[in-house]
Every structure is written in structure tokens, then in C-alpha cells.
Design a protein around this ligand. Structure first.
Ligand SMILES: C[S@@+](CC[C@H](N)C(=O)[O-])C[C@H]1O[C@@H](n2cnc3c(N)ncnc32)[C@H](O)[C@@H]1O
Length: 278
């Protein structure tokens, strides 16, 4: 596969004061990432919402073990694509879990600046972050990745089907989709019989937005579609995935949206594990 590798490593160690100053300049971060000197990207007094403290750890507690299992027990030697990587918490986790190469893309330059700061502060050399629109993913340029993380993005897209086709085209083996789901009180189980998408229009982001750590890429009004679980499965099947598993929220202490079913994680594999061993 063609890999967009970073130039030769030239990591410059940063002092504690330099890291602290950069965190304050770039905050708020959407992921609370551990940094050297016992520091973190999470600064309580600069945070806009609780999720900045909980997002990364909740997802790791909920899904990371299953992701490693789907990848054969570890990420050793694997290539990982982190789509809509934001400040890079999941890319860092993939690198720290032994991945050979991690490529994180996000459409917003500020989040890429945050991610590059984290990468340098943490001294990670096999990670590359790039400002890039997922709609331009192309296997003839990027190759295929063993593991693709598509977390917190499906329900933000104006073109979810086209986007998922592009994402599937660069997925060699395992695709993880973590998404908000459409949820209608009381009649939701009835609606789950059909693949449905709930359309909503969201307004442009302003600098005082509570969710500025994820929404600053939206300068104009935007149209978004929240799928139900049946629609996610159906879309993944349509994109050529043979095995699709919806993870149960079994870990304790997750964000409540995972227990309520408003948020869910799907593991999809190109080949069914039931048939690939035969
Ligand atoms: C809700 S955040 C999710 C961040 C992270 N993946 C997570 O799950 O915590 C959505 C991210 O998608 C990025 N994004 C939006 N549209 C995109 C696109 N077309 N291509 C790449 N990134 C995009 C935004 O800049 C933002 O960082």
C-alpha cells in the first residue's frame, strides 16, 4: 500500500512549561490525553463541557478491547486510519497500542494543530496528522488500512452514503463506526424495523459555542442525518462488509448516552470471522 509517511523523526523534547503553555493556548481539547510530566490536554477551567473530560476514556472503556480482538489481539504491525481525528486522542491510543503507522485526518486546521502538538509532546513518530476532507479519501492515493476508525462523524455528514463508500474503499479489514443514533421515545423499537435517518438542520458555529471543541468546522448552516441502528447495519452491508457487530455497553461508568442507546458502536469486517478461518 502507498503510505503517507512523515519525514524522518526530528522530535524535539519540550519542557513542562512549554507543554503547559501550548495546552492553554490551544484549549479546549475534545479528548483528555495524557502528556509527559503528568500533564493532560484537559484543563478544567478552560473546558466548555463535561464531555471533553469523558469522551476519550468512555470510548476506550467501551470498545478498545473488542477493537483489538477484531484486529487479531493487538495492533502490532497494523496500519490505522483515524477519520475526523479531532485533537488525536484515538490516534495516540492506536500508536500507544503498538500500531505500525497511524494516519489521522480532520477537516479543521485548528484540530490538526492540536493533534500535531499532542504528537510532538508525546514523542510519537509513526503518526501523521493532516487537514483533509474524508470525501477525498482514495485507495489509489492512500492505500488500504487494516483498521479504520470512523468515530463521532457519521451523523455529522451531509452525504453519509457517499462518505461511507469512500471510507469503505480504504478499509482493508476492520471498520469501527461510533455514532449518535436516531431515537424516538416509546415507538423506537417499532421504528427499528426499518432503516431510517432523521434529518436536522444545525446552525453555524459561533466562538462562544459550548461544543467548540468539535463544531468549529461548521461556518454555515449544515444538514445532518442521524441513523437508527438498522440503517447503520444496512449501510455497512451495502458498502461490502460481511460481518457487523453492535457492541453492548457492558463497561461501568460510560457516558449515559451509550446505555440509553442514543449512541452506539459497530464493528464491521470485510470478511466474516466465521468464514475467514476456513
Ligand atoms: C464530533 S467530532 C468527533 C471527534 C472524534 N472522532 C471523536 O469521536 O471524539 C467531529 C469531527 O469531524 C471533523 N469533520 C467534520 N467533517 C469532516 C470531513 N468532511 N472530513 C474530515 N473531518 C471532518 C470535525 O472537524 C470534528 O473534529
Amino acid at each position: 500500500m502507498v503510505r503517507l509517511r512523515t519525514p524522518a523523526p526530528h522530535h524535539v523534547a519540550q519542557s513542562k512549561a512549554e507543554i503547559e503553555a501550548a495546552v492553554r493556548r490551544l484549549a479546549p481539547f475534545h479528548h483528555a490525553i495524557d502528556l509527559p510530566f503528568g500533564l493532560s490536554t484537559f484543563v478544567p477551567e478552560l473546558s466548555r463541557q463535561t464531555r471533553e473530560r469523558t469522551r476519550l476514556q468512555t470510548f476506550l472503556d467501551h470498545a478498545w478491547k473488542d477493537i483489538l480482538t477484531a484486529c487479531g489481539g493487538s495492533l502490532k504491525g497494523k496500519s490505522v486510519l483515524d477519520i475526523a481525528c479531532n485533537c488525536g486522542g484515538f490516534s495516540v491510543q492506536a500508536a500507544r497500542s503498538g500500531a505500525e503507522y497511524v494516519y489521522g485526518i480532520d477537516i479543521d486546521p485548528h484540530y490538526i494543530e492540536q493533534a500535531n502538538f499532542v504528537k510532538d509532546a508525546a514523542g510519537l513518530q509513526n503518526v501523521k496528522f493532516q487537514q483533509f476532507d474524508l470525501l477525498n479519501l482514495d485507495p489509489s492515493i492512500h492505500g488500504k488500512f487494516d483498521l479504520v476508525l470512523c468515530l463521532g462523524i457519521l451523523y455529522h455528514l451531509e452525504n453519509p452514503v457517499l462518505s461511507m463508500k469512500r471510507i469503505a474503499a480504504v478499509t482493508g479489514d476492520v471498520l469501527v463506526v461510533d455514532t449518535t443514533l436516531m431515537k424516538v421515545p416509546l415507538i423506537n423499537p417499532v421504528l427499528d424495523r426499518w432503516p431510517l435517518w432523521h434529518m436536522r438542520r444545525v446552525s453555524a458555529t459561533t466562538s462562544d459555542a459550548k461544543n467548540i471543541s468539535t463544531s468549529r468546522w461548521r461556518p454555515d448552516e449544515f444538514c445532518q442525518f442521524a441513523p437508527n441502528g438498522t440503517a447503520v447495519r444496512s449501510l455497512l452491508e451495502y458498502c461490502g462488509f460481511a460481518e457487523i457487530v453492535r457492541l453492548k455497553p457492558t463497561a461501568k461508568g460510560l457516558e449515559s448516552r451509550y446505555y440509553s442507546g442514543r449512541r452506539a458502536t459497530f464493528l464491521a469486517r470485510r470478511q466474516s470471522s466465521l468464514t475467514s478461518n476456513h
